[in-house]
Design a protein around this ligand. Structure first.
Ligand code: PAP
Length: 278
């Protein structure tokens, strides 16, 4: 079925990426992902060995998937399981129930909302060439605060996975971009342990970390290319920018910081979830 017929009764709005998005089950989807998300939620066949990497946009999927594949190719995950790694931006509440019930493992990566927004903003600038009516940074920030962003509201996306990870510690590992940056080796060990694999040597861990570093990945010839990736419709080079924690200081006014912080506090209060901004 075409997206147009699937989405005709759904709320629609043009978001700062320049793309009209549809709200389904409480979250905003680009048309290219809506049909896929609907299909997945209905027809997904789960397997207990599945390993799902989940994240809101711009929180570290590219990095984490490289680390996961690298762990797999080091034999830390048996080869026959390697093909069952996949990644998604679909929120927890919309994941297919068979996947949640199957015992599959989910690794979620979160990032502080200020940096995630700045990263999204730059990404949206890259992908919306030709948009005749682009929003300013301030207007885009307003949309983000209102939860209007691809696979958003962002805070709800993070909170749902956070809560699920607290209830299902065996099945869901909740990581953050900030802790991965601060201690990548520790993060790789946690991932391997969560997947039930022990890491043989410290050198192996270092090798995995180095192979997936921002410097190395962003300089690979394929990743400097402006060609579009077949799976995400965006140029390969759009997935790499600065790769640091705290770039928001270069963009946020004190008023913006205060406004977003009030929203964050109201949403995460009492949940135990915390964000690190530097
Ligand atoms: P996606 O949602 O489009 O998949 P995702 O990979 O989750 O994007 O996030 C992109 C961010 O991760 C970018 O952040 P920035 O805009 O603040 O720089 C990108 O630079 C960063 N990133 C990509 N690869 C790495 C890496 N190997 N190490 C650290 N950060 C990385």
């Amino acid at each position: 079925m075409a997206v147009s017929s699937l989405s005709q009764d759904l709320p629609a709005t043009k978001l700062f990426s320049g793309i009209v998005m549809y709200q389904w089950q409480g979250y905003w989807y680009p048309p290219s992902h809506l049909e896929a998300a609907m299909d997945v939620s209905k027809h997904f066949v789960a397997h207990p060995d599945d390993i799902l990497l989940a994240a809101a946009p711009k929180t570290g999927t590219t990095w984490l998937s490289a680390l996961l594949f690298s762990i797999a190719s080091h034999g830390l995950i048996p080869k026959e399981e390697a093909h069952k790694l996949f990644s998604t931006h679909i929120p927890y509440s919309t994941l297919p129930e068979p996947l949640k019930d199957s015992g599959s493992r989910i690794i979620y990566i979160s990032r502080n909302p200020r940096d995630a927004f700045v990263s999204l903003w730059h990404f949206s600038q890259k992908i919306q060439r030709g948009n005749s009516d682009p929003l300013t940074f301030e207007e885009a920030f307003e949309q983000f605060c209102e939860g209007k962003t691809a696979f958003g509201p962002f805070l709800e996306h993070v909170l749902e996975y956070w809560k699920a990870s607290q209830e299902r510690t065996q099945n869901i590992l909740f990581l953050t971009y900030e802790e991965m940056k601060a201690d990548t080796k520790g993060g790789v060990k946690r991932m391997a342990q969560f997947l039930g694999r022990s890491i043989e040597t410290e050198e192996e861990v270092e090798e995995i970390v180095d192979m997936c570093s921002f410097e190395r990945l962003s300089n690979l010839e394929v990743n400097t290319s402006k060609e579009k990736s077949p799976w995400a419709f965006f140029p390969y080079n759009s997935f790499f920018r600065k790769g640091v924690v705290g770039d928001w200081v270069n963009y946020f006014t004190p008023a913006m910081t205060e406004r977003l912080d009030r929203i964050i506090q109201a949403k995460i209060q009492g949940s135990g979830l915390q964000f690190r901004f530097e």
